[in-house]
Design a protein around this ligand. Structure first.
Ligand code: URA
Length: 248
C-alpha cells in the first residue's frame, strides 16, 4: 500500500469507529491525527507498545477523545424529558471521573445530595464509596463513577423498569467510551440492569461476569453497607478480586 492509501484506510477505520459511537464529526484536532499516522507509519515501537499494553487500540493515542465523546453524550442528553423522573429532579447527574479510568463504578441513581450537587455518590453512601476507593490505594478522580438512571427517583425509591429502559443506553454509551478494564456494579439495580438477570445481589456478588467483553464485578451497594456494616468485609473481598484482575 502506498502512503495515501494507508492514510485513507486509517481515516476510514477511525471514522467508522466514531460513527459507531454516535459521532457525526471527528472530535480530534486534525494535526493530532496526523501525528498518530506519522508515528504509525514509522512503525513507532512506542505506539505499538502502548496500544498492546492497554489493549485499547488507537484511541489510547487520543487523550482528548474520551473526554470529547463524554461531553458529546452529555450534550445529547440535554435537558432530558425522556421519562417521568425529569419532573422532580433538580439536576441531571451524568457521572464524573477520569475518562481514561481503568475502573468504573456504577450505582443505581442519584439521591438527594447528588440531585442538589449534580455529582454522583456525594452523600453518605458516596462518602463510604470514596473511602473504599482510597483504601484500595486509588484516588476518586482516577476512577469513573456513574449511575444507571441520571435523575433522582422521588423519595429515593428504586428506579422503575420504564425509567431504567429509557436511561440505560446512556450508561452503556459511557462504558463504551471509557472502556474500563473492570466494571463494579453497586447493588441490585445496577447489576440487574447491566447483566439483565434477576439473581439476588447476595448470591451474585463476588464473581466476575462478562459485560460486552469487560469483566464486571457485582458487589453490595454502599447504602446497604451503611445499614449492614458486618458485610463490609465481603465488599472488601470483592474489591481485592478487582485489584487482582487489574494487575493481570
Ligand atoms: N446511590 C446511588 O446509587 N448513586 C448515587 O449517585 C448516590 C447514591
Amino acid at each position: 500500500m502506498n502512503n495515501k492509501t494507508e492514510i485513507v484506510e486509517e481515516l476510514k477505520k477511525a471514522m467508522e469507529f466514531y460513527q459507531e459511537l454516535g459521532f457525526k464529526y471527528l472530535p480530534v484536532k486534525i494535526e493530532q491525527k496526523f501525528i498518530i499516522l506519522e508515528a504509525r507509519k514509522r512503525g513507532s515501537a512506542e505506539v505499538e507498545k502502548r496500544e498492546s499494553e492497554n489493549g485499547r487500540g488507537m484511541t489510547s493515542e487520543l487523550p482528548d477523545f474520551r473526554t470529547s465523546a463524554l461531553k458529546s453524550l452529555r450534550d445529547e442528553i440535554g435537558d432530558c424529558q425522556r421519562c417521568k423522573l425529569c419532573k422532580n429532579r433538580k439536576n441531571i447527574v451524568f457521572g464524573e471521573g477520569q475518562a481514561e479510568a481503568k475502573i468504573m463504578f456504577i450505582g443505581e441513581g442519584p439521591g438527594r445530595d447528588e440531585d442538589i450537587q449534580a455529582r454522583p455518590f456525594v452523600g453518605e453512601a458516596g462518602k463510604l464509596l470514596t473511602s473504599l476507593i482510597i483504601k484500595l490505594g486509588l484516588k476518586r478522580e482516577e476512577v469513573y463513577i456513574a449511575n444507571i438512571v441520571k435523575c433522582r427517583p422521588p423519595n429515593n425509591r428504586e428506579p422503575e423498569e420504564d425509567e431504567i429502559i429509557m436511561c440505560r443506553p446512556f450508561v452503556e454509551r459511557q462504558i463504551e467510551i471509557i472502556k474500563p478494564k473492570v466494571i463494579v456494579s453497586l447493588g441490585k439495580v445496577a447489576t440487574h440492569a447491566l447483566l439483565k438477570v434477576k439473581t439476588p445481589i447476595s448470591k451474585i456478588r463476588g464473581n466476575f461476569f462478562d459485560y460486552r467483553g469487560i469483566p464486571l464485578m457485582p458487589t453490595f451497594h454502599p447504602a446497604y453497607l451503611l445499614r449492614n456494616k458486618k458485610d463490609k468485609w465481603l465488599t472488601w473481598d470483592d474489591m481485592q478480586k478487582v485489584l487482582e484482575k487489574l494487575k493481570n
